[in-house]
Write a protein that binds this ligand. Sequence first.
Ligand code: CR6
Length: 811
Amino acid sequence: MNISVEPVTAPRVATTESIRLGLVEKLAYAVGKDPEHATLQDWSVALGLLVRDHVVDHWFAATRAGYSKHGKRVYYLSMEFLIGRLLNDAIANLQIEAPIIEALGELGLELKDLLGQESDAALGNGGLGRLAACFLDSMSRLAIPAYGYGIRYEHGLFRQRFHDGWQIEEAEDWLVSGHVWEFERPEVKYTIKFGGHISFDGQGQTHWHAEQTVLAVAYDTPITGWKGAHVNTLRLWSSKPTEILDLRRFNSGDYLNAAEKLIRAETISRVLYPDDTTAEGKELRLKQEFFFTSASLQDLLRRFLTEFSDLKLLPDHVSIQMNDTHPAIAVAELMRLLADEHRLPFIEAFEITRKCLSYTNHTLLPEALERWHVGLFRKVLPRHMQIIEWIDYHHLAEVQGKGLPVSLDAIRIIDHGAEIRMGNLAFIGSKRVNGVSALHTELMKQTVFSEFHKIYPDRIVNQTNGITPRRWLYECNPPLRNLLIEAIGTEWIGNLEKIDAATAFATDASFKEKFAAAKRQNKLRLAAEIKARLGITVDPSALFDVQIKRIHEYKRQLMNILETIALYHAIRRTPGAEWTPRVKIFGGKAAPGYHIAKRIIKLANDVAKVINNDPIVGDRLKVAFLPNYNVSLAEIIIPAADLSEQISTAGMEASGTGNMKLALNGALTIGTLDGANVEIGERVGPDNIYIFGLTAADVADIRIHGYDPRPTIEGDPVLAEVMRSLVSGEFSSDDNGRYHGISDVLYSGDYFLVTADFQAYFQRQRDADRDFRDSSRWTERAILNTTKVGWFSSDRTIRGYAKDVWNVPVA
Ligand code: CR6
């Protein structure tokens, strides 16, 4: 098309006047309401649309610049993007809060009420998905031309409710009142095939006769970087049928069957699997993985071919990051596209593939390293099965040729002809493989990928996780943000390592007082939330002790609950002693099929009920398990925390990112030497963190030699009493047997070593109690946590990927 209209070149400027007029106009012409009849939801949508216009101006500029430079693009493939709400994020990044607040004031509205109307985009389970969202923010901050690619789930992570203390899951419905941030792109669609059989035509051409085909249709969301300097795109795929309706069947009255294909097709992007760290072995899951990977690769090849024609140049212009093994099928799919569709020789296709792809590993838990049965795989992806067989054979021959002393069994993709190891496929198909903390990367080299590491000593690199300081300090913690700006200016927002400048104020009386006041303000906000959601009154001057994350045995919420029980027993014994009032705050969801995790939630709620209603204990101890933990709730809890629980069994938490958010907001960590805790400890110093327990090496040793929990339990009167309370029904008077199972798990092997670490943990908690009473000193240490963890910005992480993995320049 030849269009002679001038494109938008300069982003519009926000003034109070322009915002007020714009809002009323959006309300009328986009929402269809007049101010008299508009609900808060209507206003919120109008504001979203107006802010979006500002975003779009910056977005166009960035996209145009990307095309004109003919540089390299980064493609971040992830099954999950846990982005949360976007309105406040866009307003903050564009720095247009002041005129908006003023304009809303003139209309009699408050910004925070409108922000509360937006639903959370919960397209992820936990850390891995939230990391992807922080990375999008940082890629925009650093002006890296990048696309996030994922699935537009119609239903995100389930909503959690408690019924009598048990977790109940309800379908989540984030799209129900529309989603103002996305642009549907009906013209951007790709055919995705499943099943069927393969034929060869004798002229070197392979044909895939699919059993099912669906369309992947693009939905784009702009991701605004700091100060709007760059805007990237999150492109999510929605599955649609290739045929709208089987009209013949419909006209014959067979309505249900006429709609069958439609339902089968749309099922693929219907729901997010609510499994954290465990592979879901369902056919649908495999289809989801292939669906978004294939669509994304087809899309990026199309974009490449609009600028270049020689596919050998692909690695110079494209870097594809596989976030965990979920998109690992990309190795075979990129080869298929290059070889079968673009007619490149296999060997060349393999070379190109290995230069474009890289893989991030997020866990060493064996149950989480995806494996697919060959039978299922061949049924769903027959051509990929052949390609994987080729890669496996070819790679093995290559390694044998080198004559290295490695176990060939360990590096095969197809394990004994029965299962496909996606981790191995990803490794072999990648230029770089990275872990997510120093310890995790080291363990990767020593364990899961040790044989590969011998063959490819330069392939594994570390990129310690990070968090975006925009959302996780600037936006969620206005009192602290304002104090920091007053003290050291604004540079830290775009460059978090500069926050170290505030270290000089850690002993400044006036700064300390203001820091403590900011923390108190945040605690009051959380106390109000606890009151509103649970009806529990908590004392804002108590120590707020926070554990928020998915419920998993290795994260050891159970150890925290046992410690809570021990503390409760101690308080009851001598209520007159000098106690440091504590509020134990929990948040987190359990995978619906993870029965022990769900029982741990019930235990926490049972314990809460007894303790919160015990008049002897009063304000000395309260327990609050907030339901439906999500990004928005995290934004309220994190700024209010005094103590951050990071107590996983050493060697099992790959990194953690909640640990970074809490430290940045001035919480002291109590934790094991696991994941990124190790690196946090190095930066804040041993006096400003409570480290305890077994190390990863100790745990590895125990795994070899075995562990008998009984002598440990019986040798510790505190723990022994806690264990008795589990079986006596002290917290389950309606069902004495409810926690016998948990007690059995701890007595028989205690795989996660709760009992082994209990005493050390209990002791460190008492140290924290003692230290918290010296509030002036505590504040100093909290300040040092905030000022010393600037390194954990996801901007730093992304600079690392850009340099060591993607080879792209950054701003
Ligand atoms: N569950 C790790 O367990 C890490 C994140 C992001 C996890 C966690 O320690 O911080 O990834 N792993 O790297 C997986 O999801 C497989 C997680 O979130």
